[in-house]
Structures are given as C-alpha cells and as structure tokens.
Ligand binder design. Structure first.
Ligand code: F6R
Length: 608
C-alpha cells in the first residue's frame, strides 16, 4: 500500500526522508510528498508520479527542518494527483496515512457541518481536519490524537507532525504496520524496518491499536485503551540486506536470478539433508496425524502457491484440502472441521484479506500456520505457527523468489505431514527429499534458458491475448504464468487447465493466439500433448516449456520450445516457474514497461 516515514533528526531531514521513501517505494509509487518544520512552521513539497519527481521538486525548492514526515502513495480514494498526495495538512498539523479510513464519509459530513473545507478527494484529509478540530477546541497534539483515534474505523497507520512542535511526532497503528526506530539523539518512525535500515537496526513494532508519542530522546507507547505500555525493542535484520539491483537492470531480474540460492537456503532450513528427511524448524502445536483437513487461503501469486501445494498435501499426506482466495474466503462463512489446519500464505504478511481469513479460521477453532517472508508482519504475529520463507526482501512488485520459496516450504510441510501420518515411508521421504535437494541446481539450469525466453519477447509483445495451459500442478503454474505476464506487460493472459480447453477457450484459438504450454514429463504429459494437437490443428502458436526429449518424442508442431532439464516431476513447478517468470520479464522489458513498478499495483495490499 502506501509507505510512511518520519524523522526527528539532529540536522536537516528532507534528504534522509527521501532516502527512506526509496526503500518504501515498493509499497506504492503514484505520488509522494514530504512535510517538515522550517523555522517551526509546517512546509510541504509534493509531486505526482514516482519519487524522482519529488526529488526534482526538492532540488528546485529545497526544504530545511530537522523534523519531518514523508509518504509514497498507492491511491485508494482520489486520483494520484499532486493535490491528493500526502502529507495532508492544516494550519496545525500534517499527516501521512497508509490504509483506509472506512467511515471517512460520515466524518467528512460532520466536519463540513462544523465549517471545515475539504480540498482533496482522499479519506486521509478527514484525519487532518478531525485532529485540527480537536486542537481548535483547546486540546494539545497528544490529547487531540488520543481523542480522535477511537473515532476512526478501518485498517490504517498514521504519522503526525505538528506546527510549532519541533520535538514531536505521533504515530498510530490500527491494522497496518508501523515501527519506531531508535537513533543517536534521533528518532524514526516508518512502515517497516526496511525503510529505517539506513538509520538504525534498533526497532519497536507497534501492536495493533497502539499509538506512540516520539521526541528525540523518548518513545511513549499507548495501547488502544490509552494505557501507557512498554513495547519490546528488537534488532532488525533488515539492514543486513542490501537493497540494490546488483548487476541487474531490474529488481525483478535480480530476484529471478537469486532463486537457486534462496530456494536452497529455504530448503536447508526445513530439511535434514544428511538424513534425507524433513526436519521442521519449529514444534507443531498439533499432531499432524490427527489433522482432519487443511484449508489454504491467500491472494494472487501466494494463492497459486497454495493451489500447487493442494496437490502435494492430497497426494503425499492424503489430507483433504480446501483452498480459496482470501477475499472470498473471509466472507464465505465456511464451516470448518474440528482438528482442521488453516494455512495462510503471504510474502508481505500484511495482506488485509489474508489476515482476515486467518482471523476467521482462528475464531473457528482451527490451528493456524502461516508461510510468510516478513517475520515481523501481522500475519506472522497472529499465527500459531510461523513457517518462514528465506527469500530475503522482495522489492520487485511482481512476486518471483517469494513464490518459489513458498512452494519449497509447502513441499517440505506436505512431506513432513505425510511421514507423520504414515502415508509415505522413510524411503519415499528420502526419495522426495533428494528431489527437493536437486531443485536449486535445476533452477540454475533453468536460468540458463534465459536467451530462449528473451527470443520470444518480440513475438509475444505483438500478442493481444496469450493463453497458458497446464495439467496437474502445471495448471496453477499456468495461472501464475498468465498473472506474471499481464501484471508487468499489460497483455491480456489467461491460464487454463489444459483439459478445459475444449469446454470453451478453444474458441479463442487462431493464428494470432500464442499458447504457452507448461508440460513437464509427468503422468499426464500424454494428455497435454493431445490438447496441444487440438491447438495446433486450429493454427494456434504453441510455445512449449517441457523436458527436451519429451517435447521431441511428443512430435509437437511448436512455434518454440523452451527445453528444460530432466527432472522427476513432483516438484516441477518450482523449476518451471523460472521460464514462466523470464518470459513475462523479457516481454515487458521489450515493450518498455516498468517491470519493477507496474501501473496500478503495489507490493503490499493492506486494504480490501
Ligand atoms: C503478483 C503478486 C501479488 C501478491 C498478492 C499477495 O506478482 O505479487 O499477486 O502475490 O498481492 O501478496 P502477499 O504474498 O504479500 O500476501
């Protein structure tokens, strides 16, 4: 969603705020702004578009001041114009906001009736007016914020800067993350530890409902009931990660190339490689043997990881699996079986719908396990068991390495559960574990196919629509391939179960339709070959991603073949994801699109 930062500094802070916003730009990038106190008075600079536009504005009109707040926006209410950009301000204060104020309409009516004039289409502006109203009524900044927070509904994080208050920032957290950072005579606040990493690794996360009063030498935390509370400080790992692109043109390219390493690191965390078995790095607060069912819920790419894992949990552990996108699951009122396990999958750990699904499952008495990349996230904190992916920070908006790491964790869980339930024996476990251990090497081989994927870019960039087909675990991967292509190239793409082709989508096939078929050599390969013949017979241009030998034996008339290394098929999606990602990446780059920050998207979706 949006990124928030605030600094109580010892010198001019504008440049530091921009530096922190750069690390938050993955959360939103349609406009940005900053406010500081120059000679004690609130001053703002804002700009439409990416952060570099704000930097240009600041170069033209520099901003002094040793205290300030900044924001990078992903628009929810109101177009991404300069006028709607944060901070929103009055004569008393400036505020930056991440999330949604759900009752902003009624508050706006009330404030209009009280004589306030609104100049933006945002929900945030009501917060500025509401607190200003309380201050005009005689309250100080702290009392005014304390009085107004209970009136706000929704999931949000806020940071306030007050006119004439050179040693004060106030932050509030309700449903969206916020962290305080401690420096040497300085104090910071930000949406995540990553933003604060250049300044400090000493961090406190606000709990849900908390608000905090910061001065240069103190942080006073209050809970939702306004009690002063202590919140633990912790060392953030964020600074250990360098946020740069290395030798790559884009974060997405870097993250695709990192996959052999991060998948290897993740697998090493879950496997006892010398013994050839799964060794979960945490104790389970339930007996895998006693589980009645699994429910999986997630959004987007994380949902597709769950869809693939469904096949593994069913096949290996013989557990019935229900899976749904979180935005549906949370409202479905699904009955959940006693002794059921809920698995939520999320890179950010902050996705609003996924979090709501988790809470629903907890209310229904389920055990809740999350597969997350950000260990300090809300989803991690609210789950009974946290299964980390060790992907490192994922900056490109399109998820790549988080996806393959999620699959790696889910594969380990499926094998671990299967063994605990006695549905596989030790030798099958060892066989599956050795397949997992081969994955990083196979992914490195898959990356060597990059030139072949690049060659397709020109051809695909001319397409209006692209169809992706697969069977078994390749079906969800087809969905993921189509999502990757559409989100970064803006070419319309659909994923289909290959067997569904003749039930409708075959009508779309003509000479202009590229059809990307994901077909590892698995027990359903021959059936996929028949589906490819149907496409071929209608002039469709097949791009086949398959093991070379199988592809040639299948005698398929393909426009292009991405020849993949030989491998056992069980965990093929983890390897076949690589060419699917590279095809999308190179097509989008060829078309001149902004692959790291595609239009309309944001990395962390903390609103519904
Ligand atoms: C697509 C993508 C999104 C996310 C989805 C869930 O490339 O990144 O579809 O997968 O928004 O996000 P997380 O995993 O943070 O819950």
């Amino acid at each position: 969603m949006c990124g928030i930062v605030g600094i109580l500094g010892t010198g001019p802070v504008a440049a530091q705020i921009v530096e922190a916003l750069k690390r938050l730009e993955y959360r939103g990038y349609d406009s940005a702004g900053i406010a500081t106190l120059e000679a004690g008075r609130l001053t703002r600079r804002r700009a439409e578009g990416k952060l570099r536009n704000l930097e240009i504005r600041l170069a033209e009109q520099p901003l002094g001041g040793a205290v300030g707040i900044g924001h990078t926006r992903w628009a929810t209410h109101g177009k991404p114009t300069e006028n709607n950009a944060h901070p929103h301000a009055s004569d008393k204060l400036a505020v930056v906001h991440n999330g949604i104020i759900e009752n902003f309409r009624e508050l706006r009516e009330e404030l209009l009736a009280a004589g306030h004039q609104f100049v933006t289409q945002t929900d945030t502006e009501v917060v500025a007016h509401l607190v200003t109203h309380a201050m005009r009524g005689g309250l100080g900044p702290r009392e005014a914020v304390a009085a107004c927070l209970p009136r706000l509904r929704g999931a949000f994080a806020l940071a306030f800067l007050f006119d004439g208050e050179d040693n004060l920032l106030i932050g509030a957290r309700q449903g969206a993350p916020l962290a305080v950072g401690y420096g040497d005579g300085e104090m910071y606040i930000g949406s995540d530890a990553l933003a604060l990493a250049p300044f400090t690794d000493s961090i406190t996360y606000l709990e849900d409902g908390d608000w905090v009063v910061l001065t240069r030498d103190s942080a006073q935390f209050h809970d939702a009931a306004n009690n002063i509370v202590q919140r633990a400080r912790q060392r953030s790992q964020a600074s250990a990660f360098l946020i740069d692109k290395g030798n790559h043109r884009h974060f997405m390219a870097k993250e695709i190339h990192e996959q052999p390493e991060v998948v290897g690191r993740t697998l090493a965390h879950y496997l006892d490689m010398s013994q050839g078995r799964v060794a979960l790095p945490f104790a389970l607060p339930f007996e895998a043997r006693a589980l009645a069912s699994i429910t999986i819920s997630a959004c987007g790419t994380a949902y597709y990881a769950g869809l693939i894992a469904k096949y593994w949990f069913e096949r290996f552990a013989r557990l019935p699996v229900e899976i749904d996108v979180a935005s549906e699951f949370r409202y479905r009122e699904a009955p959940m079986r006693k002794d059921g396990l809920m698995i939520v999958v999320s890179q950010s750990g902050e996705t609003a719908d996924t979090l709501a699904g988790l809470r629903y499952a907890k209310d229904q008495g389920q055990h809740v396990l999350c597969v997350v990349n950000v260990l300090t996230s809300t989803i991690a904190r609210e789950s009974h068991v946290v299964a980390p992916t060790l992907a490192g920070p994922e900056i490109g908006v399109a998820s790549t390495k988080a996806f393959t790491c999620q699959l790696s964790v889910l594969a380990c869980l499926a094998i671990g559960f299967a063994r605990a339930r006695g549905t596989i024996d030790a030798s099958r476990e060892a066989e599956l574990v050795s397949q997992l251990m081969a994955l990083p090497g196979l992914m490195a081989e898959a990356i060597k196919r990059e030139p072949a994927t690049e060659q397709l870019a020109q051809f695909l960039s001319k397409a209006r629509d692209v169809l992706y087909l697969g069977r078994g675990t390749s079906f969800p991967l087809a969905l993921e391939g189509a999502l990757k292509l559409k989100e970064i190239s803006y070419i319309h793409a659909e994923g289909y179960a290959a067997g569904e082709l003749k039930h409708g989508p075959i009508a779309l096939i003509d000479e202009d339709m590229p059809v990307i078929v994901i077909a590892p050599f698995d027990p359903v390969f021959e059936k996929t070959v028949s589906n490819m013949q149907e496409v071929s017979a209608r002039g469709g241009k097949i791009i086949l991603i398959a093991n070379e030998k199988a592809a040639h034996e299948g005698a398929i008339d393909a426009h292009a073949i991405i020849a993949m290394p030989d491998m056992a098929p069980d965990f093929a999606p983890i390897v076949y994801a690589v060419p699917a990602q590279l095809i999308a990446y190179h097509t989008a780059v060829h078309m001149g699109k902004d692959v790291d920050q595609p239009r309309n998207l944001a990395k962390s979706v903390t609103v519904e």
